[in-house]
Design a protein around this ligand. Structure first.
Ligand code: IVH
Length: 663
């Protein structure tokens, strides 16, 4: 088959597979098959860029980086909705409509907790994705919208159309993201809406691409242009164009049936993979909608029923401290158990001293508990009017609650740390972390067992895991241990010796090194010896490793040579077993800037190539720049490069290098 026809065919196969998987939730090919076709397509597109299609799935990985967002004027304003909070207010809405002489059918929809988006297509191709903004002018987020797999880049019909809907993040995605952020010491995102909004407002589309955003389409601003007379038909029409439309949408005949829908979803809302904060009710008939019209801010033909806030009140019984594996102290609220959004809460993090002081918390207070984004329970505020005078002041501690070492606070930081490397609390947490799934993944060794073994004296430091087999008799005497569970644990421990370097590095618990950074380091250094021999400067030059991390890594290995030696003697694998990062003497570790146009590659392609080989790409020329790639019609960066006497590559020199890399 000729390459053009094959490219067309692969794009169709892959886009169909995406549609079936993401929109219909009904996979038709295996992940392996998908990857195989995708790799074939990537190769063909590389060889024959002139045949690459605009709707190619390879365009979904992100890469476009903006300097700033441009503005988009909404042809029809993007309105918000009026709210009702109970059955009575809902029935008032229905009465107002009836008074206007309309006896409507309604469409009930789930009110997705995300942010609204307008999508404009021309001749069936996605042209612009924009946020609501102030309703009249929004921001152009097309580069990020293209990374959302449920949003079609090409519709099933070649028409001009605008549709609107909600971009959102699933609850499990937020949980995963927050876990990663915790590892990296970044502040946690409080709910799915903020997480989705933050992801879509990234200038770098690679970041949005990684956030696994999702979308439902629920509004067609111009139904009559397509001969459509009801909202329900509009939903069906948009579904047939390839959009994801919520299967829970329901056409009902009167307000009683609306209320039943609300009651049903009030019960079922926690079972959904995404958050909803209410139900949207819309008059079905488009002519009736037109008759009802708009107020200044809202359509009169639609309303949002908001679920009652599920915050709850309970008593703050105590504030206790936990010591993490890095020695960080976290205050925790001990609460009288209370039911919030389907789960019983008896503990909530209070983050740090400032958080407690800002809330003016006293022990014994009645506090308001909020379960943000269905994920993290949070103490929202104090009911001051319920104070009795018997509450006790919160006092910051000055020594570690476990080992009594004086706490330290680093300048400019809010957190206190226990500096004692041998603090038992830190010790146990360190061991739990080492065995955890993303680290050495020692099955069967959960936190409670590790604590028991620690208290029994079988486990003090990491190498002790690999000597646990010597404690067989003692362990078998412990409650809950049989020969079988003991054998399973020992097998899991033995298996962990074969893990790839990145898992080990993450498991060591080097401050600030999450699983991503561990992987990055492993790709760059391949084995632990190379990494241990790396100088500070070398570590800093790696993209995404800043000065603080580099120092942490460097100091860790200076201080822990013994530990690494012991682990080596225990035959623990210290090589990276994943795919090695490519390297090239002209690119790896160097800083590049580009100006002008290179005829055979786009700027984004050049950037990815350089990054693939471990170089970095920046926007402006400085003394630190190693190479400036100069294409035709260069800008002032060229002059600056000459002024600073930085190495310059012209198109031909760059082409030679690219050709070498292909070999
Ligand atoms: S209809 C004129 N339908 O809720 C029609 N909005 O509080 C306007 N939302 O700005 C929107 N799910 O961001 C509609 N099924 C749904 C919705 C929905 C979530 C959001 C949307 C809107 C906000 C209003």
């Amino acid at each position: 088959m000729n390459p053009k026809a094959r490219i067309d065919e692969l794009v169709n196969i892959l886009n169909d597979a995406n549609y079936n998987y993401y929109v219909l939730d009904n996979p038709t090919i295996t992940d392996n098959e998908y990857d195989k076709y995708l790799r074939e397509l990537i190769n063909l597109e590389e060889k024959y860029p002139e045949y690459a299609l605009i709707n190619s799935p390879t365009k979904r990985v992100g890469g476009e980086v903006l300097d700033k967002f441009s503005k988009v004027n909404h042809k029809i304003p993007m309105l918000s909705l009026g709210n009702v909070f109970n059955e009575e207010e809902l029935r008032d809405f229905d009465s107002r409509i009836k008074k206007a002489g309309v006896n409507p059918e309604y469409v009930c929809e789930l009110k997705i907790d995300g942010l609204s988006v307008s999508l404009v297509y021309e001749k069936g191709l996605l042209k612009t994705g924009a946020t609501r903004g102030d309703g009249v002018v929004g921001e152009d987020i097309t580069h990020n919208v293209k990374t959302i797999k449920v949003i079609p880049i090409k519709l099933k019909k070649d028409i001009d159309i605008e549709v609107r809907g909600e971009i959102y993040m699933e609850k499990s995605t937020l949980q995963k993201l927050n876990k990663e952020r915790e590892e990296q010491g970044l502040p946690l995102l409080q709910n799915v809406r903020n997480a989705a909004a933050g992801s879509i407002r990234q200038l770098d589309s690679k970041i949005a691409a990684k956030r696994n955003l999702n979308n439902f389409i629920y509004h067609l601003p111009n139904p009559s242009d397509y001969g459509i007379t009801t909202h329900y038909a509009a939903l069906e029409y948009m579904k047939n164009l390839g959009f994801k439309v919520n299967p829970a949408n329901r056409l009902v005949h009167n307000i009683d049936e609306v209320w039943s829908f609300i009651e049903e979803w009030t019960k079922k809302r926690n079972d959904l993979p995404y958050d909803i904060d209410g139900v949207v009710i819309k008059v079905n008939d488009i002519n009736e909608q037109r008759e009802l019209g708009f107020t200044q801010k809202y359509p009169k033909w639609a309303i949002a029923y908001k679920f009652p806030a599920e915050d709850a009140l309970t008593k703050l019984v105590d504030i206790v401290w936990t010591v993490g594996r890095t020695g960080k102290l976290t205050p925790n609220a001990v609460l009288e158990p209370v039911l919030v959004m389907g789960s019983t809460i008896s503990r909530a993090t209070l983050h740090n001293e400032d958080f407690v002081n800002n809330l003016e918390l006293k022990i014994g207070d009645i506090v308001e508990i909020h379960k943000a984004g269905d994920v993290i329970p949070e103490v929202k505020g104090v009911k001051f009017e319920r104070r009795t005078g018997k509450e006790l002041d919160f006092k910051m501690i000055d020594v570690c609650p476990i080992c009594k070492t004086a706490l330290i606070k680093k300048p400019g930081q809010v957190d206190y740390y226990c500096p004692n490397e041998l603090c038992p609390a830190r010790g146990v947490e360190k061991l739990i972390h080492f065995a955890s799934r993303d680290a050495m993944n020692i099955d069967g060794l959960g936190s409670e067992i590790i604590e028991d073994f620690f208290n029994e004296g079988f486990l003090n430091d990491i190498p002790d895991f690999y000597h646990l087999k010597d404690h067989e008799e003692e362990i078998l005497l412990l409650e809950g241990f049989g020969q079988k569970s003991f054998n399973n644990i020992i097998t899991a421990i033995e298996n962990s010796k074969n893990n790839s370097l990145d898992k080990l590095l993450f498991g060591l618990g080097i401050p600030g090194i999450g699983s991503k950074t561990a992987k990055l380091l492993s790709e760059n250094y391949e084995n632990i010896d190379n990494l241990m021999n790396a100088s500070l400067e070398e570590l800093i030059s790696i993209k995404d490793i800043g000065e603080i991390l580099a120092n942490n890594i460097y100091n860790y290995f200076q201080d822990n040579k013994d530990l690494i030696y012991k682990l080596k003697m225990l035959n623990i694998n210290m090589n990276y077993l994943g795919v090695k990062k490519k390297s090239n003497d002209f690119i790896t570790g160097k800083k590049f800037v580009m100006t002008g146009t290179i005829s055979f590659m786009t700027r984004d392609e050049i950037k990815s190539l350089i990054e693939e080989y471990g170089g970095s790409f920046s926007e402006s020329v400085s003394k630190k720049t190693d190479v400036v790639i100069v294409g035709s019609s260069p800008g002032s960066k060229y002059d600056k490069a000459r002024e600073l006497e930085i190495t310059i590559w012209n198109e031909e020199q760059f082409k030679n290098l690219v050709e070498q890399l292909k070999k």
